[in-house]
Design a protein around this ligand. Structure first.
Ligand code: KIV
Length: 270
């Protein structure tokens, strides 16, 4: 299993870090079988699994429940658990407690939180102070959907570029171990990656970050209306309903169960 040290070594050696989200036992198992470096139990859970319109409804209990399931499927993979909205915004004691629960009760190896303003730096310091690795997340931060005014690419103007770059440096200074960069121009992803010692993992942040992360359901083609930064390797949103329709038809037309699906009586000789 990776550690924050081996992930940093990957950056030093120019080896790309592969991160994919997971939310349950089978996705954890498949990702471990596929050999991903890091699994993220993201709060995208709220949208792709629980059917909410954004990530803001997700609770610590939800992330805990799903992190435990992923851990059962992926015993030997480094797991990051996302800290949901309001779990690190109110005070540092609650922040530390929520982070510790994700590690102790959830079985995660690190926690992730969004943003780079001064209160977030305090949260990063508070969590790392109790020996928990923190992954930060900058650029398009979905928990800020209302204050950002939509899922918009960030860092396009010179001023925004400089703000995100400064926040990335401050996050590293505050003790974060890894930085997720979402929805920013490739040039900014590249500059942050070159100027930081900690690894960067991008999603819609171009080709030059130290690693890439995608949402499991998007990668497998289970989601509608995907942003351009996603590559889907299958079209399960079509193939799953097709298979289910076949099953319905077979039952209705008497083709399921077949002979191979039924138990024969065990006739005893008297
Ligand atoms: O919640 C999530 O899945 C994430 C990734 C998109 C990085 O934060």
């Amino acid at each position: 299993m990776h550690t924050i040290r081996t992930l940093r070594k990957m950056k030093e050696e120019g080896r790309k870090i592969v991160m994919i989200t997971a939310y349950d036992y089978p996705s954890g198992r498949f990702l471990e079988q596929a050999g991903v470096d890091v699994i993220l139990v993201g709060d995208s859970l709220g949208m792709v699994v629980l059917g909410y319109k954004d990530t803001l409804q997700v609770k610590v209990e939800d992330i805990l429940h799903h992190t435990r399931a992923v851990r059962r499927g992926a015993a030997d993979t480094f797991i990051i658990a996302d800290m949901p909205y309001l779990s690190y915004h109110l005070n540092l004691e609650q922040t530390r407690l929520n982070a510790a629960r994700l590690i102790v009760e959830g079985g995660a190896n690190a926690v992730k939180l969004e943003g780079g303003k001064p209160t977030r730096l305090e949260a990063i310091r508070a969590i790392t102070e109790i020996e928990i690795p923190v992954v930060a997340h900058l650029g398009l931060t979905p928990q800020s959907i209302n204050s950002m005014g939509g899922y918009l690419v960030q860092g396009k103007s010179k001023a925004d570029h400089d703000t995100i770059l400064d926040q990335a440096k401050a996050i590293e200074q505050a003790g974060a171990s890894l930085l997720v960069l979402e929805g920013i121009p490739e040039k900014l992803g590249d500059q942050i990656t070159r100027e930081l010692v900690i690894p960067t993992v991008g999603i819609g942040a171009g080709r030059l970050t130290d690693g890439q992360v995608l949402v499991y359901n998007d990668l497998l083609g289970m989601s509608e209306n995907l942003p351009r930064f996603v590559r889907s390797y299958d079209d399960l949103k079509t193939r799953i309903p097709d298979k289910l329709t076949s099953f319905c038809r077979d039952v209705r037309e008497g083709r399921f169960p077949g002979e191979e699906n039924v138990y024969s009586p065990c006739l005893k000789q008297s």
